[in-house]
Design a protein around this ligand. Structure first.
Ligand SMILES: [Zn+2]
Length: 122
């Protein structure tokens, strides 16, 4: 399974941000009773987080996808280690690569710099 860790991480952070909103609204509207206050808190949360979530799931800036594989041979230095490869970015798509190239952390960083110089945003 391919997981976009940037989006996933942001999504987890965004859930934490909803916690203080819920807490504050429940405190303010305690007089309404827990159920009504929770309804209002979730309504406020929904009004805000619709936009935040839309950004998290559709922003091209977050579109870079990496694949990580354990114990693969680095195509540059031949070392067997945890391998990384950029699968997809805004103007880069290797998702159907028949021979995916993995690189060790060190070589992956070098390759990443090279791609950035070539204008691949990730
Ligand atoms: Zn390497």
């Amino acid at each position: 399974m391919e997981v976009n860790f940037k989006r996933y991480g942001l999504y987890l952070v965004r859930w934490q941000l909803s916690t203080p909103i819920l807490a504050v609204v429940l405190y303010w509207l305690a007089g309404l009773g827990a159920l009504a206050a929770t309804v209002v808190a979730n309504l406020i949360g929904g009004l805000i987080f619709f936009w935040v979530d839309r950004f998290i799931f559709t922003s091209e800036a977050l579109a870079a996808q990496w694949e990580v594989k354990e114990k693969v041979r680095c195509v540059d230095c031949g070392k067997v280690a945890r391998g990384y490869r950029l699968v997809r970015a805004e103007n880069y798509d290797k998702s159907n690569d028949p021979a995916p190239e993995f690189r060790c952390e060190e070589c992956s960083k070098k390759k990443s710099e090279e791609l950035k110089k070539r204008g691949v945003k990730h």
